[in-house]
Ligand binder design. Structure first.
Ligand code: BGC
Length: 871
């Protein structure tokens, strides 16, 4: 990892900020409150402010858009959470800061501390955990590290932004207690303990603590998160004393006066949007107080001071990028100027080493009947699975980065087992859609594009060779639609699939027959929603005779006006050539497994499954992967299954006595995918991951089975019982519970001891643990609390508590046979409840059970903590 190269941040005093604001005219003050581009703010030469730059996280720092550069690609946040390791998050935060500096970014739009409320949530992989305490503590470690190096973090998405369906429109409705104790909890920690410099207001609306369902205190209001006065002003800025910048999620701000008055500080992206001239007018007419605008400007200048963007503070030289780019998930290309600014990264030995260690450490051993680790002398390994050949290393959406390389399992296993013959077998396709057309499979052919203006007036034509990526960019203002005429030469005899995937209104014909037609136009907001994002497409099967066939495809697609992201038209052309078929591929893989010493089957999700922009509908593994596991395991009793997914999928074979004796959860592991897997399989690294969420055995058991709004509202009816708390409340048995992970060692626990409880102070707890295994190992010691029986009641004086909740944790390491003492501090908040009537925190008195555990259901010892009534 390279040095971060920026001195410690400098804080500007309130008096100094006031002086700077006073030097600016009202037009300049308003101007700096909207992005100049999708990723930068306008400069203010009068006060020496250069353009502040933000860039997406949390998996890596992309730079300003989709520039053709590389970025260090971390394991997905759900993987990082499986390490439960704050010191690792600190190291990765430092890496993110170095990446940000290399790409001239001042603020990284990360971490995500929304909760995995339902396993189907599209951005599940991008969140840390289903548990508020675990999410908050890991986020604090990450943010502190990023900001220690003078780069800002932007915690997101504030708040209750836990699913993707209709994501720009729905309201989350929850009780004041659920809001305070669960969904705000990680944000509160990041604001108060890490002093985060930026916070992103979410797309959704918030309806919390409202009287309408009897669960609230009545103080709540329903409003979009970007203009929720109680949330942004009263809670965040006044009660929590947040002194940073509240930025809108991209295109989330809709109103002028309401958002400006109620606490939003910055509208992104720009130019355009609801502020600008309209806000200036509102200030002049008195509708928005001048003082509100000045407060926002002070906050932006404070941030600028912290990241060194003001003349006289530390930081890189001023630059003024003139044009902008569309984020990857919106599908446009980088501006040429960006290419010069960006630097490739992710390939340095120290970066590779930390990413490899992180991915190996995160791996969770779900089952191991003695097969793992594999001996180095293993002579023949059959590596099987679509995800073995093409690992799914990161989820889709704004977090996407281009890694400098992806370490493939095949190469890594060949290196790790030098005397073994390692063979690779796909064992069937797992994608429902055809891949993008490839040159190797089409016999020449070309595409003619005609850009049409109003009244079908021809504006320009372009001719391009096939294959083509399907996106038309750089379109003139008056462009309305684009006509695409493609001649596609198909050579191989047999059955081909042709698929066309348009964005918005279109008409597509193949050889004169209509394939699909729609008059539903999409605009920039629709692009953020699942309707336009999901990789659906329209399919035609084509029989190609010996000697080949020339097809003609003609399409007309609308031009999408994506505001600050530019104008484009899109119709992806996809193609699946004839192949052996899934049945034959599975049979071939099973045959190879039977001949091998060990079979390693990698199953998992893919880019059609896990992404921002849509929720999943099912927990099933795509394709015939369960059948593949069953048949491979039947052919070879020494089968290891490796699960390549960020969010839960059903593993029906997991506990079957005649199926695979070992199953590992490998996550979305980032660029060091293969090396990390090889380290785990050989035992060079300890797979010490523990699940940061609950793995269901069936969809029907899941306490919150979906996150779909009903009449525009998502009702958080489970209240405090999110994740494992819901499983405990309903007394359901998952496939593997929250906190579960076997590692490669065994541990015995001595009796936990708790120091005296004192009001307002952390409780010191120590737990002696002994490594009873044969290898050095790491253990995640978890502490859970259970309320006094008298407090488990449904309402009133005795507030209902979860059956059991996570109260603390720590990671320890020990050599074989060694005993170490795990010291854990339990924060006073772990005992507290939000008192809706009194609008304050209070600690219900009584005898609490404090459990020392290996997982939420594997309790190894307990101690009683008497809590006195508050004076
Ligand atoms: C996402 C944010 C992201 C932003 C900029 C939005 O669609 O919700 O997480 O930071 O785009 O890419």
């Amino acid at each position: 990892m390279t040095g971060v190269g920026r001195p410690a941040p400098s804080e500007l005093s309130d008096a100094r900020l006031g002086e700077l604001v006073a030097r600016l005219g009202v037009e300049e003050r308003v101007r700096v409150l909207t992005g100049a581009t999708a990723w930068t703010l306008p400069p203010l030469p009068a006060v020496g402010l250069r353009p502040l730059t933000v860039s997406d996280g949390p998996i890596g720092v992309r730079g300003r858009g989709t520039a053709p550069t590389t970025s260090a690609q971390l394991p997905a946040p759900s993987a990082l959470a499986a390490t439960w390791d704050e010191s690792l998050l600190d190291e990765l935060g430092t890496l993110m800061a170095a990446e940000a500096r290399a790409k001239s970014a001042d603020v990284v739009l990360a971490p995500v501390v929304n909760l995995q409320r339902t396993p189907l949530g599209g951005r599940h992989f991008e969140c840390f955990s289903e548990d508020p305490l675990l999410s908050g503590r890991l986020a604090v470690a990450y943010v502190r590290a990023v900001q220690r190096h003078g780069v800002g973090a932007c915690v997101k998405h504030f708040v209750a932004n836990d699913s993707e369906t209709q994501r720009t429109a729905y309201y989350s409705r929850l009780s004041a207690r659920a809001l305070r104790e669960v969904y705000l909890a990680p944000f509160e920690r990041v604001v108060k303990d890490a002093g985060v410099w930026m916070l992103m207001a979410a797309y959704n609306g918030l309806d919390a603590g409202s009287p309408r369902d009897g669960r609230g205190s009545g103080g709540g209001t329903a409003a979009p998160a970007t203009e929720h006065r109680w949330l942004l002003r009263e809670l965040l800025k006044e009660e929590w004393e947040f002194d940073g910048v509240v930025v809108s999620d991209w295109m989330a701000a809709k109103s002028t006066a309401a958002s400006a008055r109620n606490g939003l500080d910055l509208v992104m992206p720009g130019p355009g949007g609801p502020w600008g001239a309209a806000l200036l007018e509102a200030v002049r007419s008195g509708e928005v107080p001048q003082e509100d605008v000045d407060d926002k400007v002070r906050r932006i200048l404070r941030l600028a001071g912290r990241v060194g963007a003001l003349a006289g503070t530390a930081g890189p030289p001023p630059e003024d990028p003139s044009a902008d780019v569309v984020p990857e998930h919106l599908g446009d290309e980088p501006h040429a100027a960006e290419r010069r600014l960006e630097t490739a990264s992710g390939d340095e030995p120290a970066t590779r080493a930390v990413l490899r260690r992180a991915a190996a450490r995160a791996t969770v051993v779900l089952r191991n009947d003695g097969l793992l680790p594999l001996p180095r002398s293993t002579s023949r390994i059959a590596l099987i699975g679509a995800n073995a050949l093409e690992p799914f290393v990161q989820g889709g959406g704004s977090a996407h980065v281009t890694a400098p390389y992806v370490s493939r399992p095949l190469d890594a296993l060949r290196e790790a087992f030098p005397s073994a013959i390692v063979t690779a077998h796909r064992g069937g396709r797992t994608l429902s859609h055809a891949p993008l057309m490839e040159g190797a499979h089409v016999d020449g052919g070309e595409v003619e594009l005609t850009v049409l203006g109003p009244g079908e007036r021809q504006l320009e034509t372009r001719t391009l060779p096939l294959p083509w990526d399907g996106v038309v960019r750089g379109l003139p203002e008056e462009a309305v639609s684009v006509r695409v005429e493609a001649r596609i030469g198909l050579r191989e005899p047999g059955e081909h699939l042709l698929e066309a995937a348009p964005a918005g209104a279109h008409r597509i014909e193949i050889d004169g027959a209509v394939l699909s037609e729609s008059t539903d136009r999409v605009g920039k907001e629709a692009l953020l929603d699942s309707s336009a994002n999901h990789p659906r497409g329209y399919v035609r099967t084509v029989q190609v005779p010996r000697g080949g066939r020339l097809l003609s495809l003609s399409a007309t697609v609308q031009v999408v006006d994506a505001g600050p992201f530019g104008r484009f038209a899109r119709v992806e052309l996809r193609h699946l050539p004839p192949g052996p078929g899934d049945g034959a591929e599975i049979a071939e893989a099973v045959r190879a497994a039977g001949e091998a010493d060990v079979a390693v089957v990698v199953v998992g999700t893919n880019h059609e499954t896990e992404s921002e922009g849509w929720d999943r509908e099912s927990l099933e593994l795509p394709g015939r992967q369960c059948e593949l596991v069953d048949r491979v395991a039947a052919a070879n009793p020494r089968t290891v299954v490796v699960v390549n997914a960020g969010a839960p999928v059903l593993l029906p074979w997991l506990d079957s006595p005649d199926s695979a004796p070992a199953t590992l959860w490998w996550w979305l592991p980032g660029q060091e995918a293969g090396t990390a897997l090889a380290d785990v399989l050989t035992g060079a690294a300890e797979p010490s991951g523990r699940l940061p969420w609950t793995l269901p055995a069936s969809h029907g058991d899941v306490p919150v089975p979906d996150g779909v709004p009903r009449d525009g509202v998502i009702d958080y009816a489970e209240d405090l019982d999110v994740g494992h708390r819901g499983w405990d409340r309903l007394a359901r048995t998952p496939a593997r519970e929250f906190g579960f992970g076997l590692g490669y060692a065994d541990w015995s626990y001595g009796p936990p001891r708790a120091g005296p409880w004192r009001a307002g102070e952390p409780l010191e707890v120590s737990v002696p643990v002994r490594n009873t295994g044969a290898r050095p190992s790491r253990e995640v010691v978890q502490l859970y609390l259970e309320a006094p029986a008298a407090l488990a009641g449904p309402s009133g004086e005795n507030p209902r508590r979860p059956v059991r909740w996570l109260a603390g944790f720590t990671v320890v390491e020990a050599a074989p046979g060694a005993t170490v003492t795990a010291s854990v501090r339990v924060s006073p908040r772990a005992f507290e409840v939000w008192d809706e009537a009194a609008r304050g925190w209070r600690t219900p008195a009584g005898e609490y059970r404090l459990l020392a555990a290996r997982s939420s259901r594997d309790v190894r010892g307990e101690v009683t903590v008497p809590v006195r009534a508050e004076a």
